[in-house]
Design a protein around this ligand. Structure first.
Ligand SMILES: *[C@@H]1O[C@H](CO)[C@@H](O)[C@H](O)[C@H]1NC(C)=O
Ligand SMILES: *[C@@H]1O[C@H](CO)[C@@H](O)[C@H](O)[C@H]1NC(C)=O
Ligand SMILES: *[C@@H]1O[C@H](CO)[C@@H](O)[C@H](O)[C@H]1NC(C)=O
Ligand SMILES: *[C@@H]1O[C@H](CO)[C@@H](O)[C@H](O)[C@H]1NC(C)=O
Ligand SMILES: *[C@@H]1O[C@H](CO)[C@@H](O)[C@H](O)[C@H]1NC(C)=O
Ligand SMILES: *[C@@H]1O[C@H](CO)[C@@H](O)[C@H](O)[C@H]1NC(C)=O
Ligand SMILES: *[C@@H]1O[C@H](CO)[C@@H](O)[C@H](O)[C@H]1NC(C)=O
Ligand SMILES: *[C@@H]1O[C@H](CO)[C@@H](O)[C@H](O)[C@H]1NC(C)=O
Ligand SMILES: *[C@@H]1O[C@H](CO)[C@@H](O)[C@H](O)[C@H]1NC(C)=O
Ligand SMILES: *[C@@H]1O[C@H](CO)[C@@H](O)[C@H](O)[C@H]1NC(C)=O
Ligand SMILES: *[C@@H]1O[C@H](CO)[C@@H](O)[C@H](O)[C@H]1NC(C)=O
Length: 456
């Protein structure tokens, strides 16, 4: 009996104990659920708050950009009403660069159009470059222009020298007489755009897309055209100059390739095209006698004492010596007490690719014939891209009466950009033989040559 009772009470006890446990369990479960729910709610609230903050941030940012842009327009318009002095242009430049750093692509595009419409980057023939805005290093990355049926995209005389235009696009546009020299334009999209008389001199156009475009009288000297797409390009002139360009990996049909002048260039397959073999000195043989200019400077040269050097005809009997008709000498009526020299700058633009590849060599030579107390010299002063000078190299004549060829030859330094070649006529102050007449004291110079060749 007690056993039975005991069992019964145990069951009772079990159930009575079970009720609060169930309640407790329920409480625990609901609490957990509630907690879960409220934490989800909190998460949702947090997200909502974040979103609205993001939206208001975006809004604020947008407002800020709009403010930057409007302030820019106001400031520049105000500067514009003042005189167009150098000072004003410098202020506009500073404002332009600073604003571009803070603007989005859409506003950058409007800023570009504003500069173009206000003719600050419009280089028409009657305007000097110094009257334009210096846009060097302006960040126009990503701006996009597209010509459509209802809106044409057309630029004339657009001046964008040395700017950033990577991943920008000018699709189905018309671009005439414009200047993109030295600009950085990686992956720019120029599909279906017609280019006339436009310069891409030394532009970095890696992976640019020119497909289905049209070219007329273009200047690509020194441009980097690595992996450019020239599919379906047509050009109106018979040949197209691609002097000194790097075309590694460019997509060009063989048919087009045949019509390209690829001198001093790296071809799509990575090999070098032919190297230009020509004398880079203008009028080095003294044969150019431009009767329109008065004879103060021989064509191509700048004389240190104007009028004191000229091209003079050889004795007519001697015109078969291989030196042509004329040579350079000090003007006979001028008694040579001072040194006189003539100089000419030679640009290496068409050879820059070869030079930066460390594969270029120069050889320069002048034929002199001196008498009496006179002697001749040549001096080469190289400059780098920033106009910094290298130590000049120099040679002078040693012999008298017979023709002497002064020569210099060396490998290029990779940074060399141009050279000033000076040809001098000078009096030897320690010369002691006074038996010769003054008239017989002079040097003649001819056959002045500067060649660049490729190292093998
Ligand atoms: C015009 O330019 C000159 C020289 O830079 C300057 O002194 C002058 O204040 C300028 N005038 C105006 C109205 O800005
Ligand atoms: C392009 O601009 C540069 C820099 O101002 C200038 O030296 C060059 O002559 C211009 N090129 C053309 C074709 O106008
Ligand atoms: C080059 O352009 C053509 C025509 O637009 C296109 O079909 C082709 O895919 C392009 N090639 C590359 C490598 O982008
Ligand atoms: C590279 O391309 C040029 C021009 O198409 C061709 O003449 C030359 O044989 C090619 N060289 C090699 C190694 O494929
Ligand atoms: C040379 O030409 C310049 C400009 O055309 C002129 O100013 C100068 O007087 C001329 N000199 C001589 C000697 O004819
Ligand atoms: C160059 O031309 C002018 C004018 O025709 C002439 O007087 C002069 O003698 C010529 N110079 C030479 C070197 O022939
Ligand atoms: C002309 O030729 C003769 C003989 O070949 C030579 O003696 C004379 O120096 C030459 N004159 C000039 C100006 O070159
Ligand atoms: C050659 O260039 C240098 C440096 O830019 C310049 O100072 C010099 O006047 C130029 N000489 C000539 C003859 O043009
Ligand atoms: C030409 O372009 C290729 C590919 O970018 C590069 O490896 C090579 O160094 C470039 N050559 C020169 C001379 O810059
Ligand atoms: C310089 O190089 C050119 C081209 O290779 C050559 O014709 C000329 O004879 C060379 N001149 C000298 C002085 O070595
Ligand atoms: C100048 O004349 C002296 C004496 O005649 C001679 O030794 C020297 O080599 C000459 N210098 C030049 C550059 O011709």
């Amino acid at each position: 009996m007690t056993r039975k009772l005991n069992r019964l009470s145990l069951i009772k006890l079990f159930f009575s104990a079970l009720i609060p446990f169930t309640i407790g369990l329920f409480t625990v479960i609901t609490t957990i659920q509630q907690q879960k729910f409220s934490s989800a709610q909190r998460e949702q609230d947090k997200q909502d708050a974040l979103l609205s903050r993001k939206q208001s941030d975006l809004h604020a940012e947008n407002l800020h950009k709009e403010k930057v842009y409007e302030t820019y327009l106001d400031d520049v318009s105000e500067l514009f009403t003042m005189n167009n002095s150098k000072d004003t242009l410098m202020k506009i430049r500073a404002k332009t660069l600073a604003s571009l750093r803070q603007l989005d692509i859409e506003r950058k595009k409007h800023l570009l159009l504003f500069l173009y419409d206000s003719e600050l980057i419009y280089h028409s023939p009657e305007k000097a470059i110094s009257s334009l805005l210096k846009v060097n290093e302006a960040d126009f990355n990503g701006v996009n222009f597209r010509g459509t049926v209802d809106a044409t995209c057309s630029f004339n005389y657009l001046y964008l020298h040395h700017v950033y235009l990577s991943k920008a696009s000018f699709i189905n546009c018309f671009i005439d007489r414009s200047n993109f020299s030295y600009s950085i334009m990686y992956k720019i999209d120029f599909t279906r755009t017609r280019f006339f008389r436009t310069s891409f001199r030394f532009a970095a156009l890696n992976q640019a897309d020119f497909s289905q475009g049209t070219f007329f009288e273009m200047d690509f000297v020194g441009a980097s055209l690595v992996e450019c797409n020239f599919t379906g390009v047509r050009w109106i002139t018979q040949y197209m100059d691609f002097i000194g360009t790097n075309l590694t990996g460019a997509i060009i049909s063989d048919q087009l390739l045949k019509r390209m002048k690829l001198h001093n260039s790296i071809l799509p397959n990575g090999t070098w095209g032919p190297i230009v073999r020509k004398n880079l000195v203008v009028n080095g043989d003294a044969e150019q006698n431009d009767s329109l200019t008065n004879n103060t400077h021989p064509t191509g040269w700048t004389v240190s004492v104007p009028g004191r050097l000229s091209s003079i005809a050889y004795n007519s009997q001697n015109s078969t010596t291989g030196y042509g008709k004329y040579h350079f000498r000090v003007t006979p009526s001028y008694s040579l007490k001072l040194a006189v020299s003539m100089a000419q700058n030679i640009s290496f633009d068409e050879f820059i690719l070869l030079i930066t590849a460390g594969m270029a060599r120069y050889n320069v030579s002048i034929d002199y014939q001196c008498s009496g107390n006179q002697y001749g010299y040549m001096q080469l002063t190289f400059f780098d891209m920033n106009g910094l000078k290298y130590e000049p190299v120099y040679r002078e004549t040693k012999s008298k009466m017979q023709i002497e060829r002064l020569k210099l030859s060396n490998q290029f330094n990779r940074e060399m950009h141009k050279v000033q070649l000076k040809v001098g006529f000078i009096r030897n102050l320690t010369y002691d033989d006074t038996s010769t007449y003054n008239e017989e004291n002079y040097c003649i110079a001819d056959n002045i040559q500067f060649f660049i060749t490729k190292l093998n």
